[in-house]
Design a protein around this ligand. Sequence first.
Ligand code: ADP
Length: 269
Amino acid sequence: IRVNFSTIVKDTGFINGYIAVLHDVTDQERIDNERKEFVANVSHELRTPLTSMRSYLEALQEGAWEDEELAPKFLGVTREETDRMIRLVEDLLQLSRMDNEAEELTKEIVDFNMFLNRIIDRFEMTHKDEVEFVRNIPDTAIFTEIAMDKVGQVLDNVISNAIKYSSSENKKVEFHVKQNRLYNRMTVQIKDNGLGIPVSKVDRIFERFYRVDKGRARKMGGTGLGLAISKEIIEAHDGKIWANSVENKGTTIFINLPCETLEGDVWDV
Ligand code: ADP
């Protein structure tokens, strides 16, 4: 709350009284601060790869281009930094489209279990030697109305994080899907046995640009926007996403979504 004081002064010069005006500025100020912080974050995130690229380009210009060993290395780094900036700008554009509600979701009714199984199959193909995938997914269908590309993006992001933020040995990612027929909701849990997140920080991972370990996350090539985008997408589906974590034990991401209940289906729980 901001308080403005004014004095009431009579013609004679004597103070006759005071007026105090109370402004509730908390909401507006919070939004302003968030916006300022966001712009500062974006600038910083873009400046880091740009300054790194400039030094590599300078080195190339000053002669490294003639060095058969160094030149490809330096070009490789500038290429990586460019890719990172492209990812960042794409993520920012997606967030801004969602903020302006400019993006219509094209939803379809799908069997969530089949949909999830296909996504896990894809990860299994590429990470077979590195990660054990455990599926606790019912055989029966759970029908849900979703924009498949968007929810697919969320699952991709959560599963990639589960793999990324794990120690290198015995990586395991578990999936549990449960339906609550009475409330027409379903929950998917994606559990890893990785680094975990300190309790005080776990809710913040859905904030834009929040990273538990900045250096590590950046090295992994992430933009720090993946979970913020995931949250927007899930909320646009009338869903919820949250996390539970124990440091050095692992993290579980929960996604709760509406689902369809077929007629006569309610009682066979
Ligand atoms: P990033 O591009 O940094 O991965 P995200 O929005 O996807 O951005 O995640 C934000 C941060 O949350 C990560 O930097 C990491 O610190 C933390 N995080 C996300 N998923 C996990 C996980 N499964 N285990 C541990 N930390 C995680």
